[in-house]
Design a protein around this ligand. Structure first.
Ligand code: GLC
Length: 518
């Protein structure tokens, strides 16, 4: 799945802000790259306090991005190319400008007062509990002078939390989902959906843990009950419609619970690996933990290196392109669904954003820099000066330049995606880590032959080796034999593996399948 942050992807009307027309203009890029699905970050009507994650109308497109007809065209055109369309759905909060909250705020007796979370002040007049909002040390509560109560917002004061304990809210939010599923979307990425169920007593967070924010601490049975109801809604639709949770919890064991017993979400983001260092031992531990938690419950994993909320992985890994390329091999060969963030196929780094150009309240501008499409001064945008500065080296790290260079990171992603599409072993095969020298990770992906029906599966095996170090490493070829079908060093492709990885090299080998019983 390929994530598009619409503001940053491509601009079709020359205002320096990406839009749905820009997405439409570049669907060919996605088809050529070879992804299966596109996930669009929010394009809803919004005052943009959190750049669209503060929604003032869950069922319309903000004029900045276009209109519903543009959205419908994306769905039609994407489907015509065999691409699925996933949209972001923001269930935990609305904008403070949403008519629901405008009503709720109008007084204690307002019809929609209870659609949000209101509480009287603590005895000392302060907030009702010690919850901290995201990105600050400020309370997750704002006092409303007119009514003398506080309202809850796990994010900005402009993002009041909806009260999912109220069945009217559940019904209204289900309606917003149906609106998009009826329009033909193939699924939904549910923004911080682990937050929707809350302990009705709203107790204090453990003061030792509540140093940052309440967001990674909210892990509640109420949420699971709400997710089971959402799954029933999804299951009432025909076709494959995916429910994907953004579960912002920092423990994979907790994340695993949001699959339920195959009756909650189909897929969940698992962020702990994203925060791992570029280090073989750290990554091996993340891989082992993920499968140890998910395999026993037959839950399908997801893998992600970059998104619109965090430094791009190349930036996190010290700006070293070779590491970013090796990481792409890891991402696209692990067992599970990989998520790509637009621009990582160009090995983009975060932009340096001068303090006077910073706009995001969460400090995330760098990873949201515009995508450079070509080497002209405007890089395919209608202005040299879009809403955020360019990422480093846009003269070379742009789509047109990399398309023309078979050694580029774009082509590495393209080869990996094509290989993944062609290989049952990489799609669904079991993953077995094997012992390799320090600083390296090695695993086999393997599928046995089975079936005699119309689609019998032939046994196949791939071996993946990732060198996390800046030194060349020798390996025992008995464990890692075969032809190099993909390498971050393309000159090694098409040759037998010689038992040595170059610095930061990652390879995929086509290995002879094991004989039964061997
Ligand atoms: C999620 C989004 C992030 C947003 C937040 C509040 O974490 O990915 O961009 O700011 O939720 O909606």
């Amino acid at each position: 799945m390929y994530q598009i942050y619409p503001r940053s992807f491509a601009d079709s009307n020359g205002d320096g802000i990406g839009d749905l027309g820009g997405v439409l203009d570049h669907l060919d890029h996605l088809e050529h790259l070879g992804v299966d699905a596109v996930w669009l970050s929010p394009f809803y009507r919004s005052p943009m306090a959190d750049f669209g994650y503060d929604v003032s109308d869950f069922c319309d497109v903000d004029p900045l991005f276009g209109d519903l007809a543009d959205f419908d065209r994306i769905v039609t055109e994407a489907h015509a190319r065999g691409l699925r369309v996933i949209i972001d759905w923001v269930p935990n909060h609305s904008s403070d400008q949403h008519p629901w909250f405008v009503d709720a705020r109008s007084g204690r007796d307002a019809a929609k007062r209870d659609w949000y979370v209101w509480r009287d002040p603590a005895p000392d007049g302060g907030p009702p509990n010690n919850w901290i909002r995201a990105w600050s040390t400020e309370p997750a509560w704002t006092f409303d002078e007119a009514s003398g109560q506080y309202y809850l917002h796990c994010w900005l004061p402009q993002q009041p939390d909806l009260n999912w304990a109220n069945p009217e809210v559940v019904a209204a939010m289900h309606d917003t989902l149906r609106f998009w599923l009826d329009r033909g979307v193939d699924g939904v990425r549910m923004d911080v959906v682990h937050l929707i169920g809350k302990d009705p007593a709203l107790p204090d967070d453990d003061p030792d843990l509540a140093v940052l924010s309440h967001v990674p601490l909210n892990h509640r049975p109420e949420t699971h009950a709400l997710l089971r109801d959402l799954r029933v809604l999804f299951d009432s639709y025909d076709g494959d419609r995916v429910a994907l949770g953004e579960i912002y919890l920092l423990d994979t064991a907790q994340v695993a619970t949001y699959y339920g017993t195959a009756d909650e979400l189909h897929l969940n983001f698992n962020f702990p690996p994203m925060f791992a260092k570029w280090d073989a031992a750290d990554w091996r531990a993340q891989i082992e933990t993920t499968y140890a938690q998910l395999d026993p419950i037959e839950a399908w994993p997801t893998w992600v290196l970059s998104n619109h909320d965090n430094w791009r992985h190349r930036t996190r890994y010290g700006g070293v392109e070779a590491r970013a390329r090796a990481a792409a091999v890891l991402l696209l060969t692990l067992r599970g669904t990989p998520f790509l963030f637009a621009g990582e196929e160009l090995a983009l780094e975060d932009a340096y954003v001068e303090p006077d150009r910073a706009v995001d309240p969460g400090g995330r501008d760098g990873c949201r820099a515009p995508i450079p499409w070509d080497s002209s001064p405007e890089h395919g945008w209608a202005t040299v000066d879009p809403w955020l500065p360019w990422p480093p080296d846009p003269e070379t790290r742009n789509v047109a330049t990399q398309l023309a260079d078979p050694r580029s990171t774009f082509h590495l992603y393209r080869r990996l995606l094509a290989e993944r599409r062609a290989s049952r072993a990489l799609q669904t095969g079991a993953l077995h880590l094997f012992d390799v020298p320090e600083g390296v990770i090695g695993y086999h992906r393997e599928i046995g032959s089975h079936g005699t029906g119309p689609e019998p599966v032939t046994a196949s095996k791939r071996t993946v080796l990732i060198n996390f170090t800046g030194q060349s490493v020798g390996l025992d070829t008995a464990l890692a034999a075969g032809t190099v079908i993909i390498s971050t060093h393309p000159e090694h492709e098409g040759k037998p593996f010689q038992g040595r990885l170059a610095a930061d090299e990652a390879v995929v080998l086509s290995a002879p399948p094991n004989r039964a019983g061997s």
